[in-house]
Design a binder for this molecule. Sequence first.
Ligand SMILES: [Ca+2]
Length: 215
Amino acid sequence: MKCRIYILLTAMLLMPYAAWAETMSSTNYHMQLDSFGSGARSTSTNYSLKDDIGVIGSDTSTSTNYQVNDGIVGAFQDGVLSASVSAGSVDLGTLSTITLTQGRIEIIVTSDAMSGYTIRASEDQPLSDGAATIDAVADGEVTIGSEEYGLGTAGTSGQYNSSDVGISSALTIIASASDPVTSESTAVYFKAAISGSTTAGSYSHIVTFSTVSNF
Ligand SMILES: [Ca+2]
């Protein structure tokens, strides 16, 4: 029997609605953020202004371990999230009762969110050929000779680097980072095995990887 997996990748940048403890306002103005120096987002009947004047050290500072967007404008800085996937489909070829069949893709993510990013996987349907399906792995390991299908990961942020997980219509976190990343790679291994009672056929489904920045 043959098996093909179609890959979709989405990347969504969700900006937080900042809840600040203090804002300055009066009948005539509302200052969303305030700071030493001058400048902020200021509005009145006649004007709206987002400025940052005379704030010491208003810049972006980085090192290996941190990034600081200081200054009042830094609080409004637009986020960056990009994700790419190395292939639009994975062909596992002909499955066998005596081998574990694997296919690999790579997802590359850049996110400047201070809390990192998360990739979730979901499927449109079980790995299927009409009514016949290949069971999702449920015991943490796709095993030769058992009808089991799922994925494992590799990479710093991979969540299944030492076990396998079944894919379902629910969102499963397969990679998560808690810091900003630049071109971080997570490898995804689709793994399938069949038993002697698995129905012959040509199985496929669509797996969607959704990438979001953490806030
Ligand atoms: Ca197993």
